[in-house]
Ligand binder design. Structure first.
Ligand code: MTE
Ligand code: MO
Length: 393
């Protein structure tokens, strides 16, 4: 691993913003405060959630850093940063969401295993770098290839970080070759986030961004790429990040019966309010985010002020002053929409949000029907409680 090194302890961690809400220190897992999450369309890098499985890698010498591409291809190659920077640079606005987002709420229904997260294991950023489809062309794989002549069907991304789940080995994941070689899928080898060089926490010097797919497949600190016949057999593909039915528990689980989760489902959350709030009676503006996977836009965001009996439609936007329309030429298809609804509140109640995506997929009403032992993909209606208090009390 020339130029890129993984420490075996936590004495070399980067500095971090004190406003982050820390869910675990080692490895470092932290999320954005709710109110900060929706104060900008692109999430500031310092406040963007950080999801790690080991100590943060270091670059000793960026000149020596390179990514090797080998496996089931004829001409393996080593690519240095200058080779990757020589390719056309694309900027893709994409929301990254951890499959464990909103896990804490799911664990309240029934215990689950995993790091607890509130509603901010998600962020939206402008990622810039080379398209993976262009990179793979450099090693002789044409655009829109499903299988290489030597039988390669998946693209595996391997990092250097030491993860205990991998028994001290590196984090890895794969995506299908057909997606990797499809320029329209916008899979990037990114070296910039929001116009600046990637920071160590987010994968410096180079990371994968797989838009529309759970965060776990966007491998940080890329070391090498392997073209393989079957999907990656790593822990995070085969023993984690799979959606099991509520009947499966730790005694009867058979991991091989389910596929690794890829696209994320439709999701939304209220961010301008905490779980329990005391407010004055009158007008309240409710703000939050809504996003779906696979490049599906958001068709509608519904807000209820009576626990889900009656609904009003929220206003959606991506750019200020331009109304958002799903699948419109101006919409960022991989990115979230922010929403806003001003409602009148006269008594204590429950405010609820749910979104509908462009394929008319909806969110489930409660966690019960989607509960799973790893606590992933909690996309149930998001609810907050408001208690109306009077100032002269
Ligand atoms: N090398 C490496 N890549 C990784 C991870 C990791 O622990 N190691 N975590 C994954 C998970 S589960 C998520 S949700 C995203 C988080 O990216 P972020 O920390 O930039 O927000 O990175 C993914 N890529
Ligand atoms: Mo994740």
């Amino acid at each position: 691993m020339p130029g890129l090194r993984a420490p075996s302890d936590y004495s070399n961690e980067p500095p971090r913003d004190p406003c982050l809400i820390i869910n675990s220190k080692e490895p470092f897992n932290a999320e954005t405060p709710r109110s900060a999450l929706v104060s900008s369309y692109a999430t500031p890098v310092d406040l963007f959630y950080k999801r790690n499985h080991g100590p943060i890698p270091l670059v000793d010498d960026i000149e020596r850093y390179c990514v090797s591409i080998s496996g089931l291809i004829k001409n393996p190659k080593k690519l240095f940063m200058r080779d990757i920077r020589m390719l056309p640079k694309y900027a893709v606005t994409a929301t990254l969401q951890c499959a464990g987002n909103r896990r804490t709420a799911m664990s309240k229904a029934r215990a689950v295993r995993g790091v607890g997260w509130d509603v901010s294991a998600i962020g939206n950023a402008v990622w810039a770098g080379a398209k993976l489809a262009d990179v793979l062309e450099l090693v002789g794989i044409p655009k829109l290839t499903r299988i290489t002549q030597s039988g390669g069907k998946h693209v595996e991304f391997v990092s250097v970080d030491k993860c205990k789940e991998e028994k001290g080995g590196p984090y890895k994941a794969s995506i299908p070759l057909s997606q990797a070689t499809n320029p329209a899928a916008d899979v990037l080898l990114a070296y910039e986030m929001n116009g600046e060089t990637l920071t160590r926490d987010h994968g410096y010097p180079l990371r994968v961004i797989v838009p529309g797919v759970i965060g776990a497949r966007s491998v940080k600190w890329l070391d090498y790429i392997d073209i393989i016949a079957e999907e990656c057999q790593g822990f995070f593909m085969q023993m984690d990040y799979k959606m099991f039915p509520p009947t499966v528990n730790w005694d009867n689980i058979v991991w091989s019966t389910r596929r690794p989760q890829m696209d994320f489902p439709v999701q939304s959350a209220i961010c301008s309010l905490e779980d329990v709030n005391v407010i004055k009676p009158g007008k309240v503006t409710v703000r939050g985010y809504a996003v779906s996977g696979g490049g599906r836009g958001i068709e509608r965001v519904d807000v209820s002020v009576d626990g889900g009996k009656n609904w009003v439609e929220a206003t959606k936007y991506q750019k200020t002053g331009i109304p958002y329309i799903a699948d419109d030429i101006d919409s960022d298809k991989w990115a979230w929409v922010l929403f806003e609804a001003t409602i009148d509140i006269s008594h204590s109640t429950e405010i609820v949000v749910k979104a509908v995506d462009s394929a008319a997929n909806v969110q489930p009403e409660t966690v019960d029907e989607i509960w799973n032992l790893r606590g992933i993909l909690n996309t149930s209606w998001h609810r907050v409680h408001v208690r109306v208090g009077h100032t002269n009390m």
